[in-house]
Design a protein around this ligand. Structure first.
Ligand SMILES: Cc1cc2nc3c(=O)[nH]c(=O)nc-3n(C[C@H](O)[C@H](O)[C@H](O)COP(=O)(O)OP(=O)(O)OC[C@H]3O[C@@H](n4cnc5c(N)ncnc54)[C@H](O)[C@@H]3O)c2cc1C
Length: 1057
C-alpha cells in the first residue's frame, strides 16, 4: 500500500463519482458520437498559450437554430428561408436584433416579427410560436459538451458568448448547465450583441485574458471575423466534429472521453498503451478497434490512478509511482490482496480485474478494477442532502466500518497481513521513523507526541483488519440509496486496533470546513443537520460491533492526528524532491504542523498523569470556535446609569424572527454575493463600469422576493412598520455586520448609503407628495439618490461654512453652488438629490441652511467628473463633483421648511449614523478570517506563517480589537434604542472614531500577511481597507467626533463640580 490516500488530498478514486451526464431537458444527438470519436486521442500536455476557449451556443454547443427555423417554415407552409431572410434584411433595427440585445422580450418579439414577416410575404402570418418550437426542439451536441468538460479539466477557462433572448419573466434561453462555464455573456442581458466588438471585450475582461490568449468558436462568419479583428484566435464552426479536431490541434490535449475528476495524463506519468492493451486482451477484455481512453485522476499524490476505457469497459488502474520510494510505501499488491479478501467476506469493494506484479509491462506493478458509478460525498457535511439523508449516510458509514472490523481474519486468509497486538505502539514507532526520515524542520508537537504516545498506549487492544484511511469520501454510495457500494483506498490497511479507524473517521468533528486538506465541520452547529454528534457516532459503532464503550479515545485521536501529520511530512519531503505525484503535494505537506498541534491538544486533554484520560477536547461544533462572538451563549445585562436595558451581545440574545432574518441575510451574502465579488470588481474597472452590473439588479429582485429588503429603517422612525421591517438598531446591527463583509452587499438589500439616509429624511420630514414621488421609488429600489453638502471651497466638516445658495423666486427656488464628493451622483439610476444650501445668510448660524429636493435631470445640474479614492472610482455610483447653476425647482421641493437644514442634517444622521460602524465590524471580521486562512496555508522559512509569533500576535490583536469595537457599537445602538440618539451622542461619536480605525488596522494586518496579493484586486482586502479609510472622513473626520466626545466629557465634569 502507498502513503495514505489522505496524503494525497488526492482521493484518486473519490473521483469515481457519478459519471457525468448531460443535464437538462435537451435531447442528446448521438449521431455524431461515434463518428470520429477516437481519432483525437493524444497523451500530450495542455497548450500553454491558450488560457480560455469561448464558445458560441446555437450551432456550436447546441443544434443550429436555422435548421429548426426551416423545419418550422415547412410545417407551417411558409417559404423556405423566410425567417432567415427577414432577420438578415431587417438587420440591427429588426426585431430579432432588438430581441437579442434585450430590448424586446420573446413575447414582444413574436408580435413584431409576425408583422415583419407579413410585410415581406404580403399576407398575414403568425410567427409568435416559432421561438417556442425552437426551444422545444433544440438539443445539445454531446461531443461539444464532452470537449467543454475536457477543457475545464485542464484548467483552461471556458466561456459562453451567445446572442440570446429572454422572456417576459427575465429568464433567458440558456439550456446548458451553467457549471460548464467559467464566464457566461448573454447579449440580451448585457444589451449588445455579436459582432459588436464590445461584447467580445466584455467577455475577455471577465475571463481576465488577452485576446491572443483565447480562442473563439462560432458558426456565423461575421461573428468570427469580428473576433479575429480583435486578435482572438478563431475557429469557424461548420461541422462541430471538424471544429473540435481543429481546436484539439490548437490546445494539444484530448477533447473527448471526459471522466469526472480526471484530466489528461500528467507528464512523466504516461502509460505505454500497447503493453497495457496486450495485458487487458490476455484478461479477455478485448476491443475491436483497439482504442483505449486513458485519463488520470487528479490530485493523486500517492499511487497514480487512471481511468481506463477499453473494449466497452470502464476501469480504474492503480500503480506505484515511478522513482525511488520510501520503505514499504506504495505497495499496490497489498491493496489488491486485502480488497480481494474482505470483498469475499462481504465488505463492499470494487470488482477486481487483475493484479500485475511484473514491472516490465507499464514500469511498475499495478492492478485493475471496475469503475463504479455512484455518489461520493467529498464534503463530510453533505450539503446536498436533507438532514434525514445525512443520518442515513452516516449510519451506513458506521455500519460498513463495523463490517470491515468484523471480518474473520483467519477465514479471510489474512492472518499474515499484519501483526497481532500492540498496534498503536507499533504504529507510533513506524510513523515516528517515517516522520524522522522525512523531517525537514523541527515540529515541536511531533516531538512531544512521539514521546507521549508510547507512554499512553490504550488499555485495550483487539486485532482486526483496519482500513487505515476510513472516511466518508472514500466510500462510493449508491446513486440514490443510502447504501455503500464500495470502500476505496485500502493503501494503509493492515491488521490492527479497529478503534484507530473509528477515531480517524471522527477527524471531521475537529477540522474546520475551510481546512484545505480534510474538510470538517468543526464550528458548525450540528443540531438539526442530521449528522450525529461524535459521541452518538461512536456509540452506534460500539453497538453495531457489540463492544463496550471505548476508553482512551483521546489517545486514539492524538494518534490519528499524529499519523496524519507524519504522512503529510512525508508528502512534503517528497514534493521537495520533485517526486510526489501531484502539484498540490507541496502545499498539503506543509500542513503537518497544524495536524500535530491538534494531536497534541488531545494528548494534553487525555494526559494520564493529570487523570483526564478519555475526555477528548469537545468537538468544536458542540462548543465555541475561535471566535468569541458567533457562538450560542446567553445575553447579559449591562445595566449602567447611561445604558439601561439588556444588551444582547450575540444573535442568540435576539428574538427568533430576527435570528432567522440574520441567518437568511448571511446565507444570501455567502451564497450569492461573495462568489461574484471578483466579477463585480472586474466590472468596476471595465469600460462598462458606469452601468450597473446586471447581476446586482438580479440579486436585488431575489432579495426582495425573499423579504430581505429595506431592513435599515428602525422601528422608531417607522413605528407602524409601513416602510421597513421594524427592526431596532441593535437588531439591525447584527444584520449590517453581515453586509459589511462585502462592499457590494448592502445595495443588494436596498440598505446602502446615501439612499438609506435620504429615505430616512423623506420618511421623517417628507410631505405626502414628496414621499409619493421620491420615497416610493427609492423604497422599491427603482431609482437611487445622492446627498450634496460638501463643497470644495470651504471646510465642510463644519456645515455652517457651506456657501451654496437657495434663493426664493416666486413659486420657485433658484439654486447655485459647487459641490463635490456627492456620492451616487454618477449612477445612471440616480434621479434625485438632496441639496444643502443657505436660504438666509443673515439668520442665526444654525438657521441659515435648508435642504431641498432636486431632480437630477433639472436644467443647470451638471455632473463634472467622478472623484477617485486611492484611484478607485467606486463605479457605478461614484463620488461626483457637481455644479448647480441657476437650477430652478418648485418651492414645494423644500424639505421641512426654510432654515431647518441643520435640524434635518442631525436627523438624517440619526440611526443611519452608525450603520457604517456596524458594517465595518463585518469588514474586519472578513479580513481576519481571510488572514487566518492565508497564514495557515502559506509557508515561509520552512513553516506556515501561522506559526510565527508576530503573525499570531497580529491575529490576537485583531480579534481583541474587533470584539471591543463590536461591544461599543452594540452599546451605542442599544442606547439609541433605549434612551434615544441625543443621550447616545457620546457613544455614537466614539464608535465613529473607533470602528473605522479598528477596521483599518485589522485589514492592514491582513493585507500585510497576504503579502503583495493583499494590495491587489484579486482579494477584497484593498477595497475593504479603502472603505475603512474613507469612513474616517466621509462620516465626519475623526477630529470632529473627538471634539464632540471631549466636549461631552468636559461638560460632565463641569456639571459635577
Ligand atoms: C468617499 C467619500 C464620500 C463622500 N460622500 C459625501 C456625500 O455623499 N455628500 C457630501 O456632502 N459629502 C460627502 N463626502 C465628504 C465628507 O463628508 C467630507 O469630506 C467631510 O465632511 C470633511 O469635509 P472636508 O473634506 O471639507 O474637510 P475639511 O472640513 O476641510 O477638514 C479637513 C481636516 O481638518 C481637520 N479638522 C476639521 N475640523 C477639525 C477640528 N474641529 N479639530 C481638529 N481638526 C479638524 C480634520 O483632520 C479634517 O479631516 C464624502 C467624502 C468621501 C471621502
Amino acid at each position: 500500500m502507498t502513503m495514505l490516500q489522505l496524503s494525497r488530498i488526492s482521493q484518486p478514486l473519490r473521483c469515481l463519482t457519478t459519471k457525468w451526464h448531460h443535464r437538462g431537458s435537451l435531447t442528446c444527438a448521438s449521431s455524431l458520437h461515434n463518428k470520429q470519436q477516437r481519432r483525437w486521442f493524444h497523451n500530450t500536455q495542455p497548450h500553454q498559450k491558450t488560457k480560455a476557449v469561448i464558445f458560441d451556443m446555437g450551432g456550436v454547443l447546441i443544434s443550429k437554430p436555422f435548421k429548426v427555423f426551416e423545419a418550422f417554415e415547412k410545417d407551417n407552409g411558409l417559404p423556405n428561408g423566410l425567417i432567415r431572410q427577414v432577420i438578415v434584411e431587417r438587420g440591427e433595427d429588426g426585431s430579432f436584433a432588438r430581441m437579442e440585445r434585450g430590448e424586446l422580450t420573446t413575447e414582444e418579439f413574436g408580435q413584431i416579427f409576425s408583422t415583419e414577416c407579413s410585410e415581406k410575404l404580403g399576407k398575414n402570418v403568425d410567427m409568435t410560436e416559432f421561438l417556442k418550437v425552437f426551444e422545444r426542439d433544440v438539443y445539445a451536441l454531446p461531443e461539444m459538451l464532452d470537449a467543454v468538460r475536457c477543457i475545464q479539466a485542464e484548467g483552461v477557462s471556458v466561456a459562453l458568448l451567445t446572442n440570446n433572448w429572454k422572456h417576459e419573466s427575465g429568464r433567458s434561453l440558456q439550456p446548458l448547465d451553467p457549471s460548464l462555464f467559467d464566464v457566461i455573456v448573454e447579449s440580451c442581458l448585457v444589451g449588445m450583441r455579436k459582432p459588436d466588438a464590445r461584447i467580445y471585450q466584455l467577455c475577455l475582461e471577465k475571463l481576465k485574458v488577452k485576446p491572443e490568449e483565447s480562442v473563439f468558436l462560432d458558426d456565423i462568419g461575421r461573428n468570427v471575423k469580428a473576433a479575429k479583428s480583435l486578435g482572438i484566435q478563431t475557429i469557424k464552426v461548420d461541422e462541430p466534429i471538424d471544429a473540435l479536431t481543429e481546436l484539439q490541434t490548437l490546445l494539444n490535449f484530448p477533447l473527448n472521453g471526459f471522466v469526472p475528476g480526471t484530466s489528461s495524463v500528467r507528464k512523466g506519468l504516461e502509460i505505454t498503451k500497447e503493453p497495457l492493451i496486450e495485458y487487458l486482451d490476455n484478461l479477455g477484455i478485448k476491443s475491436k478497434d483497439g482504442n483505449i481512453n486513458i485519463r488520470q485522476f487528479k490530485h493523486g499524490q500517492s499511487n497514480p490512478t487512471y481511468f481506463v476505457g477499453y473494449g466497452g469497459r470502464d476501469m480504474v488502474l492503480r500503480k506505484k509511482p515511478p522513482g525511488k520510494l520510501l520503505p514499504s510505501a506504495h505497495a499496490v499488491e497489498r491493496e489488491y490482496r486485502v480488497m480481494h479478501a474482505v470483498g469475499q467476506a462481504g465488505v463492499p469493494v470494487p470488482n477486481l480485474i487483475g493484479l500485475c506484479e511484473d514491472s516490465s509491462i507499464i514500469g511498475t506493478p499495478f492492478y485493475v478494477m471496475d469503475y463504479i458509478e455512484g455518489r461520493v460525498f467529498k464534503d463530510p457535511s453533505c450539503p446536498s442532502l436533507s438532514p434525514g439523508e445525512r443520518t442515513q449516510v452516516y449510519d451506513a458509514m458506521c455500519n460498513v466500518l463495523s463490517q470491515i472490523h468484523s471480518v474473520d481474519v483467519t477465514a479471510a486468509g489474512l492472518k499474515d497481513f499484519g501483526k497481532f497486538g500492540n498496534y498503536i505502539e507499533r504504529q507510533v514507532k513506524t510513523w515516528s521513523k517515517q516522520y524522522l526520515a522525512s523531517q525537514t524542520h523541527e515540529i515541536e508537537e511531533m516531538t512531544r507526541l512521539m514521546q507521549w504516545l508510547p507512554e499512553n498506549t490504550p488499555t485495550t487492544d483487539h486485532t482486526t483488519v483496519v482500513h487505515g484511511d476510513f472516511r466518508l469520501d472514500n466510500l462510493i454510495f449508491h446513486p440514490t440509496k443510502p447504501e455503500v457500494l464500495a470502500v476505496l483506498d485500502w493503501e494503509l490497511s493492515t491488521l490492527g486496533d479497529p478503534i484507530s479507524d473509528l477515531a480517524y473517521s471522527c477527524l471531521p468533528y475537529y477540522l474546520k470546513p475551510e481546512f484545505p486538506l480534510l474538510k470538517g465541520f468543526a464550528g458548525k452547529d450540528l443540531s438539526g443537520s442530521g449528522i450525529p454528534a461524535s459521541s452518538d457516532y461512536i456509540e452506534q459503532y460500539c453497538k453495531a460491533r457489540g463492544i463496550p464503550h471505548v476508553q482512551d479515545m483521546s489517545v486514539y485521536m492524538a494518534f490519528s492526528f499524529f499519523r496524519v501529520a507524519a504522512i503529510l511530512q512525508g508528502v512534503y519531503k517528497r514534493s521537495m524532491q520533485g517526486q510526489a505525484s501531484s502539484d498540490s503535494a507541496k502545499s498539503v505537506g506543509m500542513l503537518a504542523e497544524h495536524m500535530a498541534s491538534i494531536g497534541w491538544s488531545f494528548a494534553e486533554k487525555g494526559n494520564k498523569s493529570t487523570g483526564t484520560t478519555g475526555s477528548p477536547p469537545k468537538p468544536l461544533g458542540a462548543s465555541r470556535s475561535y471566535s468569541t462572538f458567533f457562538q450560542p451563549r446567553r445575553s447579559f445585562s449591562t445595566h449602567t446609569e447611561s445604558n439601561p436595558g439588556i444588551l444582547p451581545v450575540s444573535i442568540d440574545g435576539l428574538p427568533k424572527n430576527v435570528q432567522n432574518l440574520h441567518k437568511k441575510v448571511k446565507e444570501f451574502i455567502d451564497l450569492n454575493i461573495l462568489p461574484i465579488e471578483q466579477e463585480l470588481i472586474a466590472h468596476q474597472m471595465s469600460d462598462q463600469r458606469w452601468t450597473p452590473h446586471p447581476l446586482i439588479e438580479q440579486l436585488k429582485d431575489k432579495a426582495k422576493n425573499e423579504d430581505l429588503w429595506n431592513l435599515f429603517l428602525p422601528i422608531e422612525t417607522d413605528p407602524n412598520v409601513e416602510y421597513g421591517v421594524g427592526l431596532t438598531n441593535v437588531q439591525y446591527a447584527f444584520l449590517c455586520e453581515q453586509m459589511g463583509k462585502s462592499v457590494f452587499a448592502s445595495e443588494v438589500f436596498n440598505c446602502s448609503a446615501p439612499d438609506t439616509g435620504n429615505m430616512e429624511v423623506l420618511v421623517k420630514y417628507g410631505t405626502p407628495e414628496q414621499k409619493d414621488k421620491w420615497l416610493t421609488p427609492l423604497l422599491e429600489g427603482s431609482i437611487r439618490s445622492c446627498f450634496a453638502m460638501t463643497e470644495p471651497k470651504v471646510a465642510s466638516s463644519d456645515a455652517t461654512n457651506i456657501e451654496a445658495e437657495i434663493k426664493s423666486d416666486g413659486s420657485e427656488y433658484v439654486l447655485n453652488g459647487h459641490k463635490w464628493w456627492t456620492s451616487g451622483a454618477m449612477d445612471p439610476r440616480c434621479k434625485i438629490c438632496i441639496f444643502m444650501g443657505k436660504t438666509d445668510k443673515s439668520a442665526s448660524k444654525h438657521q441659515q441652511q435648508s435642504m431641498i429636493l432636486v431632480p437630477m435631470d433639472t436644467p443647470g445640474v451638471q455632473v463634472v467628473r467622478p472623484l477617485t479614492v486611492f484611484g478607485f472610482e467606486d463605479a457605478p455610483s461614484g463620488h461626483g463633483e457637481v455644479i448647480f447653476e441657476d437650477v430652478r425647482v418648485p418651492t414645494e421641493n423644500l424639505l421641512l421648511g426654510p432654515g431647518r437644514g441643520f435640524e434635518i442634517a442631525q436627523g438624517r444622521l440619526g440611526p443611519g449614523r452608525i450603520h457604517h460602524c456596524m458594517r465595518l465590524i463585518g469588514s474586519a471580521e472578513r479580513a481576519l478570517a481571510l488572514m487566518v486562512d492565508r497564514v495557515h496555508n502559506r509557508v515561509a522559512f520552512g513553516k506556515p506563517l501561522a506559526t510565527q509569533g508576530t503573525i499570531q500576535a497580529d491575529i490576537a490583536e485583531s480579534r481583541m480589537e474587533i470584539e471591543q469595537a463590536r461591544l461599543l457599537t452594540l452599546k451605542a445602538a442599544n442606547m439609541m434604542d433605549t434612551v434615544g440618539n441625543k443621550a447616545a451622542s457620546a457613544e455614537i461619536a466614539m464608535i465613529k472614531v473607533i470602528a473605522p480605525n479598528m477596521a483599518q488596522r485589522v485589514i492592514d494586518r491582513a493585507m500585510q500577511a497576504f503579502g503583495a496579493a493583499g494590495l491587489s484586486s484579486d482579494f477584497p482586502l484593498a477595497q475593504l481597507y479603502t472603505w475603512a479609510r474613507v469612513l474616517r472622513l466621509a462620516d465626519g473626520p475623526d477630529e470632529v467626533h473627538r471634539r464632540a466626545i471631549a466636549k461631552i466629557e468636559s461638560m460632565k465634569h463641569v456639571d459635577n463640580r
